[in-house]
Design a protein around this ligand. Structure first.
Ligand SMILES: O=c1ccn([C@@H]2O[C@H](COP(=O)(O)OP(=O)(O)O[C@H]3O[C@H](CO)[C@@H](O)[C@H](O)[C@H]3O)[C@@H](O)[C@H]2O)c(=O)[nH]1
Ligand SMILES: [Mn+2]
Length: 446
């Protein structure tokens, strides 16, 4: 039975972390999650990614620290280093839900975890590095503007001992390690992907019951390159720790390859009649679709529709993530193609499941109006008009043998370029390499 006042929530502040959020959301779908799927994003996330996110998530909610009420602003100004942290805390403002499970965008769900909703705030699993602290990559919480306010106050007054949300949340929910064992989630709900290496006998014994893998640490699945032919990540230069970690990475990429990449595929048609003002994004789309269309990724099984939009129940797939192989058309439930390069038409906006209201608009009851911060803001259409900054921040490089996701090097204006040169910041290996300059000269001389 779907429970509509409860939700799985994640966060992505840029297009790169969006790739993680997409795989996480898809993995929840694959495991037939019965709660709503919500992703919090910030203004940096491109319009294309917002549209893609809305194919997997029921709600895409933009949060913006700077537009928020004064006390948030204050906390942010006093503690600028807590930027992403304070953004994560926004999950407490989702008061149209009675209970939520937060999952980092670098987690992967391997089996159904709906039972986590039997737990209460604040439940989390031990951190592998310091088990008296919880890891803040997976936690059960109860949205409340009052708690949100208290957390921000705590951030303003005390900061965070690790400079991020985990330190802050541990000092706020400081009785976690001693007060109530029910609030200790078993480690299988937040297994750090390199734990198999640190305590391999335990992994041998309990590994098969793992439900959530967390790729915590500096190297994320999207930092690896993947071979779609062999179905495995390329080890070169990535320093893979062990075979278990590799199989979790492969699983992540398998979902990315079969269920996420096809979501970009449907934008191919837009390429032809897109206006010239949008070349950056269009080039990107071309790169995305060109290989996919002429050379579909090896599919191992029946081609199924895996696109899930608002109000469509999770796709009735097998219970394993591997079962989901798809090559879906990017169409919404209304059968309307959404063009990320032009303002969304009403059917697109309707069927995408994207929220155009801020979370607290739907809040009922709750604390006094003066702390109902987001509701005073005008509604934000998260898939609104594209602007020059809307170009993708990621490069999805694809060939038959290799898929990779890379952060796009930001295009600098000629003035910024000149300043960089003058300051001696020259990209000898990249675009200032002799070969590039030679190309430019050749073009000029022709
Ligand atoms: O640029 C960023 C960085 C982070 N995030 C979000 O914040 C989460 C936490 O960041 P992550 O890179 O996953 O941190 P971890 O490597 O998991 O490191 C640990 O430390 C973090 C900071 O305390 C905690 O948030 C994590 O839960 C904890 O596992 C991510 O999953 C995303 O959801 C973004 O959206 N954009
Ligand atoms: Mn994480």
């Amino acid at each position: 039975m779907p429970v509509s006042d409860q939700a799985f929530v994640t966060l992505a502040t840029n297009d790169i972390y969006c790739q993680g959020a997409l795989v996480l959301g898809q993995s929840l779908r694959n495991q037939r999650a019965t709660r709503r799927l919500v992703v919090l994003i910030t203004p940096q996330v491109s319009n294309l990614l917002r549209v893609i996110l809305s194919k997997v998530f029921d709600e895409v909610i933009e949060v913006n620290l700077m537009d928020s009420a004064d006390y948030i602003h204050l906390a942010f100004l006093k503690r600028p280093e807590l930027g992403v942290t304070l953004t994560k805390l926004h999950c407490w403002t989702l008061t149209h839900y009675s209970k939520c499970v937060f999952l980092d965008a670098d987690t992967l769900v391997l089996s159904n975890i709906d039972e986590l909703f039997d737990r209460t705030e604040f439940s989390a699993a031990p951190d592998p590095g310091w088990p008296d602290c919880f890891n803040s990559g997976v936690f059960v919480f109860q949205p409340s503007l009052e708690t949100h306010g208290l957390l921000l106050q705590h951030a303003t007054d005390h900061g965070s001992f690790d400079g991020a949300d985990q330190g802050l949340l541990n000092s706020f929910f400081s009785s976690w390690s001693t007060a109530d064992i029910h609030k200790h989630l078993p480690f299988i709900y937040n297994l750090s992907s390199n734990t198999a290496y640190t305590y391999s006998p335990a992994f041998k014994r309990f590994g098969s019951s793992v439900k959530v893998v967390h790729f915590l640490g500096p190297t994320k699945p999207w930092n690896y390159k993947y071979n779609p032919q062999t179905g495995s990540v390329l080890e070169e230069g990535s320093g893979l720790a062990n075979q278990h970690q590799t199989s979790f990475l492969n699983l992540w990429w398998k979902i990315y390859q079969h269920s996420i990449l096809p979501l970009y595929e449907g934008f191919r048609d837009e390429e032809e009649h897109a206006s010239p003002g949008h070349t950056a994004a269009v080039e990107e789309l071309g790169a995305i679709s060109a290989v996919g269309s002429s050379q579909p990724w090896p599919a191992e099984g029946p081609v199924e529709q895996t696109v899930v939009t608002d109000d469509i129940p999770p796709s009735p797939k097998g219970s394993h993530a591997e079962d989901t192989i798809g090559w879906p058309e990017l169409e919404t439930s209304a059968g309307v193609r959404c063009d990320p390069l032009s303002p969304p038409s009403p059917p697109c906006a309707d069927s995408s499941g994207t929220q155009s209201t801020s979370p607290a608009d739907k809040a009922e009851g709750g604390p006094s109006p003066e702390i109902l911060e987001p509701s005073q803001e005008p509604p934000v259409d998260v898939t609104g008009d594209p602007s020059p900054q809307d170009a993708l921040e990621v490069d999805l490089a694809m060939s038959v043998f290799e898929i990779s996701i890379e952060e796009k090097v930001k295009e600098l204006s000629p003035e910024e370029e000149r300043r960089k040169w003058e300051e001696g910041r020259i990209d000898y290996m990249g675009k200032d390499a002799f070969a590039r300059i030679q190309e430019k000269l050749d073009r000029f001389l022709q």
